[in-house]
Ligand binder design. Sequence first.
Ligand code: NAP
Length: 306
Amino acid sequence: MTSTHLASRMGTNNPRLIALDRTELDICDSPRVIEFVARLRPDVLINCAALTNVDGCESDQEGAFAINADGPWNLGKACKTCEALLVHLSTDFVFNGQSDRPYRVEEPPNPLSIYGESKWRGELAIRKSGCRHLIVRTSWLFGHHGRNFVEAILKKAEAGEDLRVVNDQVGRPTSTIDLTEGLLRLLESSTEGTFHFANQGQCTSFEFAVKIVSTSEFKVIIEPITSAELVRPAKRPAYSMLDLSAYESKTGHHLRQWTDALRQYLRERKGRRTHELNPSRLQMNSTAKSGVELDRNSTGLFQREN
Ligand SMILES: NC(=O)c1ccc[n+]([C@@H]2O[C@H](COP(=O)([O-])OP(=O)(O)OC[C@H]3O[C@@H](n4cnc5c(N)ncnc54)[C@H](OP(=O)(O)O)[C@@H]3O)[C@@H](O)[C@H]2O)c1
């Protein structure tokens, strides 16, 4: 989801961008990662690859640690050898959710799930590799090109199904459109280290679902429930608000509210759907589709100009 948006934002024809999907570069394949990076000698390598199925990670612990911890270690080692900057995405799920105020960057993680633990170990691996790095923790992502909470809610609402959504987990929904701009701003500021990035505001998952449905003008019933009523394999933090001050003071950019970002996403989504359904636009649509195919990637390398 994030990688596709990032690649299309940077331009599929951008000669300085090489966007790779899993079939082209499996980040778990250490020799191939080392060889690939040594050959391309990128200035910046952006890693969006991850195993993001939070419940799935509980039953595939080996896969979770291989992709979310060993993969970043491979990338870190490779970047170290050619002094490339490694940009890596991490998650609010590294925290245990016991706080009563937004988590600052330097607060100690204490993940509750295999997903959170594997992502935390990925962060540690990158720092240990000694490479130049920019680690950006984000939360509750939604965007075009992928499975996410907004799409899951809309799918049910479109089918006229009533919903039950947990009302005791608080966080900050974040648009991949805004995340992409945030990553580019951080890159422009030539900074390194760890940052938190999310849209401003806060809500529970239930409040998020209500906003998605009401903005889309669906009429379905949404029942608030507790986490205890929804038995799931992975435990989620009750409170995973990220403190955004480090990002905002470094870039001078004040982040917008998640409600504004959601409105933009839903407006664009409606436009995309109209576009897809309009036969007079078939030619343009097929072009757009092949663009999306080209955009599939999870890792981006920016080549040196010299
Ligand atoms: N989604 C969220 O709500 C959220 C919240 C906080 C942080 N994050 C973090 O943000 C980043 C992006 O998340 P996202 O939701 O945009 O991800 P996503 O849509 O799940 O995409 C992850 C991508 O990683 C690829 N991948 C998996 N294993 C790989 C491997 N071994 N080598 C190369 N590529 C591999 C996947 O390819 P296949 O499809 O072929 O498997 C997929 O294209 C992740 O680091 C995630 O942990 C996400």
